[in-house]
Design a protein around this ligand. Structure first.
Ligand code: GLU
Ligand code: ZN
Length: 291
């Protein structure tokens, strides 16, 4: 078994991250497997060296360890471009020049049927640029979207094994139908102009590259998993097992966000809390988490 914790250095780690990392670490340890840390820093506009250093510091303080060297996604651009090229050469990508407000306007234009649909990345793309030229080499400086209808038809039904629980407590074998991919997810962005890749593409390429067998992460990413298993099928990569876990919430029941510094591990540390206090805070919300 190989698990990973894959934070982005765009803010402080909070209680939810601590739970995710501890769970991934424990699952691997209990199975005699390996736990990896991976730094997901493709968004160089938002990543900060201070946050990066703080991640290592916080995780070590919590008692975790992992093999070095740690993979940094900012070093892996050529691998992501190779994967994009493979999809581009099959005509599965198209360049998109829409701005956010164009997408909002097109998605909410009056048409027959239901109103705008929200998918894992926000509004389902209305298809404006699908007719763009797909010939020639992979465009270097463009937003690249997946042609979801073509992709879904190429692979048919995809699926994965859920060992944790989805938001509606889904567990076991989860199938994702082409119809769901086309209508509920749509033409997601796989290459962002400013970074030449995207979260979805990088995470899939790296989980395979590192031989991750169990992806442990929050239920907030459950819907994105459908995109990831589709990409695995398209790229001929193995599908790991998934363990989506419950989210840690604040006193008002909202899930924690990076911007909530109040629950940052660094804040608790500065207030004199110990790692055991952090474990106890997690256990107070997660019934089967043992301190
Ligand atoms: N880097 C992502 C985040 O910090 C998580 C990656 C994953 O678990 O797939 O939200
Ligand atoms: Zn477009």
């Amino acid at each position: 078994m190989k698990t990973r914790f894959a934070p982005s250095p765009t803010g402080p780690l909070h209680l939810g991250h601590a739970y995710s990392a501890l769970l991934a670490h424990r699952l691997a340890r209990d199975a005699g497997g390996t736990f990896l840390l991976r730094i997901e820093d493709i968004d160089q506009g938002r990543a900060r060296p201070e946050w990066d250093a703080q991640i290592f510091d916080d995780l070590r303080w919590l008692g975790l360890d992992w093999p070095r060297p740690v993979l940094r996604q900012s070093d892996r651009l050529p691998a992501y471009r190779a994967a994009l090229s493979a999809l581009w050469d099959r005509g599965l990508l198209f360049p998109c020049t829409c701005r956010r407000r164009d997408i909002e306007a097109a998605a909410s234009a009056p048409q027959e049927g239901a109103g705008p649909v929200h998918g894992p990345d926000g509004l389902v793309y209305p298809g404006t640029c699908r007719g763009a030229d797909r010939r020639g080499p992979l465009p270097a400086d463009a937003v690249l979207r997946l042609d979801m209808r073509k992709a879904a038809e190429a692979v048919g039904e995809v699926g994965f094994v859920e060992e944790g629980s989805g938001p509606g407590a889904e567990h076991g074998s989860i199938g994702v139908l082409p119809d769901t991919l086309i209508h509920q997810i749509g033409d997601v962005v796989l290459g962002r102009r400013d970074m030449g890749t995207s979260y979805h593409l990088s995470v899939v390429v790296d989980d395979a590259h590192q031989g991750i067998t169990h992806v442990v992460r929050g239920q907030d990413l459950f819907d994105a998993t459908a995109i990831h298993v589709l990409l695995q099928a398209l790229l001929g990569l193995p599908t790991p097992r998934y363990h989506h876990h419950a989210l840690i919430r604040d006193a008002a029941g909202r899930r924690l966000a990076k911007r909530d510094d109040a629950r940052a591990l660094a804040t608790y540390r500065a207030e004199g809390l110990t790692p055991l206090d952090i474990y106890a805070k997690i256990a107070a919300q997660i019934p089967d988490f043992t301190v």
